[in-house]
Design a protein around this ligand. Structure first.
Ligand code: WQD
Length: 335
């Protein structure tokens, strides 16, 4: 069964392509390479042990989406494509609404024309905003986003809900990711942001390898055990497996569902630094800096629904996440 992966050459898309292939699906990748490298297809095919088609195209072009869905006779779409840098979204809101919201609308038009009615969407725990209560369940209140990136995730969830109401054969599953990190244990694929990384793990990896001098820990006065921000980090290989399980569940179902994908426990920035130092055998020098605008103190998931519905649960802990991120960083530098 062929599955279209928009943003299939990106960090989570590439790992999901491998996981789908290993589960007996045939992934078809679609990407505009705005934040991904077409050369990732080599390692993907190697790890997938099959030839994986990679189409260069933009989700904002509904006709191209329709053509690719028809050509490959895809039966479902996993929709990763989108812009994802919180700070950039404040500076360039129109780019975010265009790529993430308009892009999803034209993707849905392409799917409608091709008669494809199953969609798994990359949502985010950002839809919960600053939580009143932890852990976060899917019934926790959604809060207005503090930046355009978060608003696009919220809007797309609502658009998908409306689409399932208008078409009772449509199935939309919104997967609310917590903080995906790590890399494939082979070291062949991983997260490789352009320029100076915004997110904690890629930054820490570059400090450990000596490419960046020191990490700024944003805030040490949060109401958390050590004062630094706490997040539910999830290994990207577990996350990819979550997409396979969600897809297997969604095929043949209808309606709108939102499901958390997290480990169900939080780690502070200082705990992540210590785990990374242990995994890499390198020091990660840091200094404390003021809180970053828009950051929250703490979030972590209740991941029970994913287990109940899909039979999925994260298997890998922070040590494996850091080990694999470090392995990828070392491989990346050799290239
Ligand atoms: C984690 C923790 C920071 C960098 C964001 C998006 C989310 C998702 C993932 C998409 C926080 C601290 C970070 C640094 C630091 N989106 N930190 N120094 O902000 O939880 O989530 O990325 O792709 O939707 O909101 O992730 O990795 O940026 O931060 O101290 O140099 O690390 O303050 O506590 P975040 P993050």
């Amino acid at each position: 069964m062929r599955i279209l992966l928009t943003g299939g050459a990106g960090f989570i898309g590439s790992h999901t392509a491998v996981a789908l292939a290993n589960a007996g699906f045939e992934p078809v990748l679609f990407d505009n390479f705005s934040n991904a490298d077409p050369d990732v297809i080599g390692p993907i095919c190697e790890l997938a042990k099959q030839s994986v088609p990679l189409c260069h195209g933009d989700i904002r072009d509904a006709k191209t989406v329709e053509n690719v869905l028809r050509t490959y006779e895809c039966e479902a779409v996993i929709h990763f494509a989108g812009l994802k840098a919180v700070g950039e979204s404040v500076a360039k809101p129109l780019d975010y609404y265009d790529n993430n919201v308009n892009g999803t609308i034209s993707l849905l038009e392409g799917m409608k024309a091709a008669g494809v009615k199953t969609l798994i969407f990359s949502s985010s725990s950002t839809v919960y905003g600053d939580p009143d209560q932890l852990p976060l369940t899917e019934a926790s209140p959604l809060k207005p986003a503090t930046n355009p990136y978060g608003r696009t995730k919220m809007m797309v969830e609502e658009i998908l809900s409306d689409v399932t109401k208008s078409d009772d054969a449509f199935c939309a599953v919104c997967l609310r990711y917590f903080n995906p990190i790590g890399a494939h244990p082979s070291g062949l694929i991983g997260e490789n942001p352009n320029g100076i990384p915004n997110n904690l793990l890629p930054y820490v990896a570059r400090v450990a390898s000596g490419q960046l001098a020191s990490l700024k820990v944003f805030g040490n006065d949060y109401p958390t055990p050590d004062g630094t921000g706490v997040r539910d980090y999830i290994h990207v290989v577990d996350l990819a497996e979550g997409h396979v399980k969600a897809l297997q569940w969604a095929l043949g179902k209808t309606g709108w569902t939102a499901v958390n994908l997290g480990c169900g426990r939080g780690y502070s920035v200082l705990e992540v630094i210590r785990a990374f130092e242990k995994a890499s055998g390198r020091a990660v020098p840091f200094t404390f800096a003021p809180r970053r605008d828009g950051d929250i103190a703490e979030n972590y998931a209740d991941a029970t629904l994913a287990k109940t519905l899909f039979g999925w649960e994260a298997q890998l802990g922070i040590d494996e996440m850091c080990r694999d991120a470090w392995h990828f960083e070392c491989q990346r530098q050799k290239d």
